[in-house]
Design a protein around this ligand. Structure first.
Ligand code: MEV
Length: 472
């Protein structure tokens, strides 16, 4: 099982024009959509999306990932959790596509870079909604604040940290993006010169906006927001609700404000001096809007955890006799639930011991060093089977192992019986990049110094195992 999250987005400048190849500015926000993906028996696709009636985008993302990333034919279960589905226009479909494609590439250990994830997710979104620029998919995959042009032809991360002083007001009206984008396409056909002039003017504003953003010149950027809004009004995509909230924000002291996205509803955004934030928020609320507190410049799609919290562990008493089965989540939140774990300590021919640096997505001790390989004993499995399985899955090897020692480890968060096995092997290893950051052989004497100096930080459970077997 893998769990991936992707951020929503807010268009800062350049909406509509971006559909026709002009650049835009977009920021990823700290409202994250979650996707869990797991393999199942058979060939079916089970989608669990409690907050969404429409699962088309998940189906499209799975189909595109199978086609473009070479994901094997197997049954899949995908579940989504969204704090913002549909409402606000934060781009839930695109964040879903970004998260599903990232999750599948992680689940099947496919080495796809962010550009390949973006292209695949963008194609998936385009197969459902052909007239879109993909700016929201880019925000979902890459995160940060971006200068973007359709299809990712321009893609520049604007390194400004999350300092953009944004206030966001929701009009309480849901925008129909597909319909508005189609209307603009029609308008462009009928009045090509006028619409072309508007888009060229917006392009210039976006260029200036990018420079102001990089200089953190919020006053100027606010003024540019206002000019961009004038052109969007000319294009016919503003609305009374949007204009009311924009006027309220400006009158309360905002540097500038504009609609964000397709228009006719969803959200408006304002840039505000720090000392005017409360006044602007109050004014938006009094004008009938809902203030939505978000932080810009959020991180792009990321792996949250690879550990399945519903996996069943073997629970034992202090004599290691089985007394039941509980989930990973239950065992890791109650130190009275003693469960079983097994690991292997591998030595090379010069007596050095192999340690692994745990991946940053592990639920316990992420990013610190552990023994060569270790894992929990699942229902119906023995210590030895578990040790072999972990060695195969995490290090890509199958070599003889012999039982060494078993002890009860009682930690701060969990208690477990740890069975340590021993193996002799010089490598090579094919480490699982999802579970393991890297592996390295250490001379046991040097290891002691490296631990003392803080150069190597050991997971407390691994430290205890190394002490019990006499390495430390
Ligand atoms: C919608 O949020 C923004 C538009 O520019 C459409 C798009 O870029 O796909 C109107």
């Amino acid at each position: 099982m893998v769990k991936v999250s992707a951020p929503g987005k807010l268009m800062l400048m350049g909406e509509h024009a971006v559909v026709y190849g002009y650049p835009c500015l977009v920021t990823a926000i700290d409202r994250r959509l979650m996707v869990e993906a797991d393999k199942t028996d058979g060939n079916g696709l089970v989608i669990v999306a409690p907050q969404s009636k429409d699962t088309t985008i998940v189906e499209a993302a799975v189909a595109m990932a199978k086609d473009r990333l070479g994901i094997p034919r197997t049954g899949l279960r995908i579940s989504t959790q969204s704090p913002f589905t549909g409402v606000y226009g934060f781009g839930s479909s695109s964040a879903t596509a970004a998260a599903v494609v990232s999750a599948l590439s992680a689940l099947f250990r496919i080495k796809a870079d962010t550009k390949a994830i973006f292209t695949t997710a963008y194609e998936a979104v385009s197969s459902v909604q052909p007239m879109n620029s993909g700016f929201d998919v880019a925000a979902g995959v890459f995160g940060a604040t971006l200068s973007y042009a359709k299809g990712g032809t321009v893609l520049e991360v604007l390194e400004q940290g999350n300092t953009l002083p944004l206030v966001v007001g929701y009009t309480r009206v849901k925008a129909n993006t597909t319909q508005i984008v189609a209307e603009i396409a029609e308008k462009k056909k009928r009045f090509p010169e006028k619409v072309g002039r508007i888009f060229s003017a917006i392009e210039k504003l976006v260029g200036e906006g990018k420079a102001s953003l990089q200089k953190k010149d919020w006053q100027r950027l606010g003024t540019l927001f206002g000019f961009n809004q004038d052109y969007l009004r000319d294009l016919g995509v503003s609305s009374e609700e949007l204009e009311n909230l924009i006027a309220a924000a400006r009158n309360a002291g905002a540097f500038g404000a504009k609609l964000s996205g397709a228009g006719r509803g969803d959200c408006m955004i304002a840039l505000v001096p720090d000392d005017k934030r409360t006044a602007v928020e109050t004014a938006i609320t009094q004008a009938g809007g809902e203030v939505v507190r978000v932080l810009p410049h959020a991180q792009g799609a990321r792996l949250e955890t690879t550990d399945d919290q519903s996996e069943l562990f073997v629970v034992v008493d202090k004599n290691d006799s089985v007394i039941g089965y509980r989930t990973r989540g239950e065992c890791h939140s109650d130190r009275n639930r003693i469960h079983r774990a097994a690991g292997v300590i591998i030595f090379d021919s010069s007596g050095r011991v192999l340690l692994q640096k745990r991946s940053l997505t592990k639920d316990i001790s992420p990013g610190v060093w552990g023994i060569s390989t270790a894992g929990h004993v699942r229902k119906g499995k023995s210590y030895e089977e578990t040790a072999r399985r972990e060695m195969q899955e995490e290090l890509g090897i199958s070599v003889p192992i012999t039982f060494w020692k078993k002890h009860l480890y009682e930690g701060e968060r969990e208690s477990e019986f740890d069975a340590a096995f021993r193996a002799d092997y010089d490598g090579p290893f094919t480490v699982d990049p999802i579970e393991v950051d890297r592996v390295e052989f250490f001379d046991p004497r040097e290891l002691k110094f490296k631990i003392a100096s803080g150069e190597v930080i050991l997971d407390p459970c691994a430290k205890r195992t190394l002490e019990v077997v006499g390495i430390l």
